[in-house]
Design a protein around this ligand. Structure first.
Ligand code: FES
Length: 132
């Protein structure tokens, strides 16, 4: 059996939503100190919805695929749904990741959470840590 699903390979080879948003409403970054990979998420939020999302990822193929899938999963969705996105949901949407690559999907969850926290702070909205 192949180590990576076709979905992972597709999102690795053709990542969606790569780039930056100059006038982002929230920017968040997450990194893994062990592998050194870094992921940055940019959010454009209007009417409590994720109107646009972009990412920059300096990391492995699984991290790039996770970033791509995570951005697809939250694009156009209410902020509350983006808040609730878990690395498990990202992994499932990718049709799985090898066990030693699960931490790559955690970066996506953490970077999105960090970007939402930034958005909340900029708008003086109380941020509920329990949703992290
Ligand atoms: Fe660390 Fe993939 S190996 S994010």
């Amino acid at each position: 059996m192949a180590l990576y699903s076709e979905t992972v390979m597709d999102h690795f080879r053709n990542p969606r939503n790569v780039g930056i948003i100059e006038d982002a409403d929230g920017v968040g970054e997450a990194g893994n100190p062990v592998c050194g990979d870094i992921m940055k998420i940019y959010l454009k939020i209007e009417d409590d919805r994720i109107r646009d999302v972009k990412f920059e990822t300096f990391g492995c193929g699984s991290a790039i695929a996770s970033s791509s899938m995570a951005t697809e999963l939250i694009k156009g969705k209410p902020v509350s749904e983006a808040m609730a996105l878990t690395n498990k949901a990202v992994t499932e949407a990718l049709d799985g990741l090898p066990a030693h690559k699960l931490h790559c999907s955690v970066l996506a969850e953490e970077a999105i959470q960090a970007a939402l926290k930034d958005y909340y702070e900029r708008n003086h909205i109380p941020y509920d840590e329990r949703l992290c």
